[in-house]
Design a protein around this ligand. Structure first.
Ligand SMILES: Nc1ncnc2c1ncn2[C@@H]1O[C@H](COP(=O)(O)OP(=O)(O)O)[C@@H](O)[C@H]1O
Ligand code: SF4
Ligand SMILES: [Mg+2]
Length: 342
């Protein structure tokens, strides 16, 4: 990472053994600056905060370009080199954004990531079994044990006939099977948090449903997950908590079922209304009005104001801070109460 854009807080060292009940991951005021092709610095993530408590799945939702992927990449230390970051990413109480973080001990072992495109993540010249077993071999586990563990992992991820298929190369796997292999690889180091960035977006609907079922079964084993998706149906299916992002900021966050049933932000309301399967009373969808704001051209005040039916002067002038508008419900709308009780 290129550097930091705000000063570290005095207490920024964090604790190695956090008190019980501490969230696994605390994202505090995360800022990510990236230079665009013209060399202008763009704040692609602007003060994002949320927690991932142990054993829960947090869904990160928002239209394309809202900063979801950059947020997830920051958590696993894979931002582009020229990115500068600010805020804190507390992992079990210790800040991952400190330069001394040893990512080799975190990645794969504590936090793993699966991507939309497994081909980009898998090595085309190594067998699936070799790749899934890599982290175990590096840990010095004996050959026979690694083999057994790989078969187990592939089986758990739903790869049929794992003993035979572990000898295949990625190109011999279908898209759905590759996604399963990548999930097996991500689970090999026994991480506590799985980051999943649009894990089903590239798959056809039936395969998508199977992968979602697999993610749910992984969840039931107690793994925490940060699930990134632009698809509200995916989030509604899997997430306990939801964080709604708009133009690099959090619009709203809270328990997924409540947020989707009774949004506290006009953007969430519009998102929900645009998806027929989430909107229960009617099969008709209202497409989201206008075009998404981009971080490079973020409107003044509330970035959603050009598209918001409730916008008024204050919205154009003042950035709405995130407020707790009901227990556990946070909204960055000046008029959240009006949205909650229309
Ligand atoms: N490598 C990059 N360099 C500069 N800007 C980027 C890069 N990748 C993405 N961006 C910009 O960062 C913003 C956030 O992107 P991203 O996190 O990928 O959004 P999302 O995952 O929500 O679709 C976008 O506006 C995008 O244009
Ligand atoms: S702050 Fe204003 S523009 Fe933004 S979402 Fe709320 S009402 Fe709409
Ligand atoms: Mg993305």
């Amino acid at each position: 990472m290129g550097g930091r854009v705000t000063a570290q807080r005095p207490d920024g060292t964090g604790a190695v053994n956090p008190p019980p009940g501490t969230p696994l991951l605390q994202v505090e005021d995360l800022v990510i600056d990236l230079p665009d092709p013209q060399g202008d610095v763009v704040r692609v993530v602007d003060g994002v905060s949320f927690d991932v408590p142990a054993g829960t799945t947090v869904g990160l939702i928002g239209e394309s370009g809202s900063g979801k992927t950059m947020t997830a990449l920051a958590v696993i230390g894979l931002l582009p080199d020229r990115a500068a970051t600010g805020g804190r990413l507390l992992w079990r109480g210790a800040d991952l954004l400190r330069p001394e973080t040893d990512w080799r001990r975190v990645r794969g072992h504590q936090i793993s990531m699966i991507f939309q495109d497994p081909l980009a993540a898998l090595n085309p010249s190594l067998t699936i079994g070799r790749q899934v077993g890599e982290i175990l071999r590096r840990a010095g586990r004996p050959r026979a044990e690694v083999r057994r563990a790989v078969i187990d992992l592939l089986d758990r991820a739903g790869v049929p006939d794992p003993e035979r298929r572990m000898g295949d190369y990625p190109y011999e796997f279908s898209g759905g099977l590759r996604q399963r292999a990548m999930i097996a690889l991500a689970l090999a180091g026994n991480p506590a948090l799985l980051l999943a960035d649009e894990p089903t977006t590239a798959l056809d609907v039936t395969v998508q449903a199977r992968i979602l079922r697999l993610l749910r079964s992984i969840q039931q084993e107690g793994l925490s997950m940060l699930l990134v998706s632009h698809d509200l149906r995916v989030i509604a299916h899997v997430a306990d908590q939801v964080v709604v992002m708009y133009a690099g900021r959090v619009a709203e966050r809270g328990p997924a079922a409540e947020v989707l049933r009774r949004p506290a932000h006009p953007y969430t309301r519009a998102l929900v209304a645009s998806v027929p399967a989430v909107r229960t009373r009617t099969a008709l969808a209202d497409p989201l009005p206008g075009t998404p704001a981009t971080p490079a051209h973020r409107p003044s005040g509330c970035a959603f104001h050009p598209r918001c039916p409730l916008a008024r002067d204050r919205c154009r002038a003042e950035v709405p801070p995130a407020r707790e508008v009901a227990p556990g419900r946070w909204s960055a709308c000046h008029f959240a109460e009006e949205v909650l009780t229309p």
